[in-house]
Ligand binder design. Sequence first.
Ligand code: ATP
Ligand code: MG
Length: 277
Amino acid sequence: MIIEALPAAAGGMAASAAEAVPAVEVLSAHKTYPNGTVALQPVDLTVREGEFVTLLGPSGCGKSTLLKMIAGLLEPSDGRLLLWRKPVQALQEAQRKLAFVFQSPTLMPWASVATNVRLPLDLAGITGAEADARVSNALALVGLGKFAGQLPRALSGGMQMRVSIARSLVVQPDLLLMDEPFGALDEITRHKLDAELLQLWQQQKLTVIFVTHSIHEAVFLSTRVVMMAARPGRIVDEVIIDEPYPRTPDFMVTPRFAQYAKQLQDSLLRVSEEADT
Ligand SMILES: Nc1ncnc2c1ncn2[C@@H]1O[C@H](COP(=O)(O)OP(=O)(O)OP(=O)(O)O)[C@@H](O)[C@H]1O
Ligand SMILES: [Mg+2]
């Protein structure tokens, strides 16, 4: 396993990232589904405040299972999950300060962009001027201020995904959990949203745990990439992407980018071959 010290430059944020408090602690958490599928062997993972950690691994290695357990959407069979040192299951939903972004934007087709973004606030009982301000702020953050009154079908796939991200930001989360959020988009749109996401991460001082199948996306975005293997699902490797932010598309054509991508590709091939043998 490759574990290096988190470099001070990583995150382009606090030079003290290495000392930052743990935002997420997964302590020997594992999951066997009721049908007997062992989705995850006991997993240990600490994500510090301000990190951008990506989970990478073959299909079925338990990435979504792990993310849902961190969100408190799924109970582990055993083990513990802490958010800012408190057990996730003990926190009320409003106290969790996290948002989950799925691959599909899952917008209500009959409702305007603003109404879609407002939904989590309606559910939390936040109304009036406070809700209005949060919705406009979130839409402005994703560059959709002018589209508040439109229906989702009037927007492109990339714009719909931005609405979904605005809907997640409206609860002012500290932790953003994203399960292949841009997997269904074309490459150019994906690059654009990746760059925007990094800006949001820095501006809003978020902690992000991101799932993707794209090695390049993982290298471009992350302070750290966690490699998982399947059957049974587990964490097998970890690579620190020791590169400063802001990262521009130029980073993607550097030899260092290619080295990181190769390292992850080799690791992914290894775990895929192990699973086939
Ligand atoms: N509700 C469920 N009931 C039974 N088995 C499940 C359930 N959800 C997932 N699994 C199984 O658990 C394992 C891990 O699934 P999971 O969806 O977490 O993987 P993943 O890494 O997110 O895969 P993908 O990259 O395809 O999204 C797989 O073998 C899957 O078939
Ligand atoms: Mg998944």
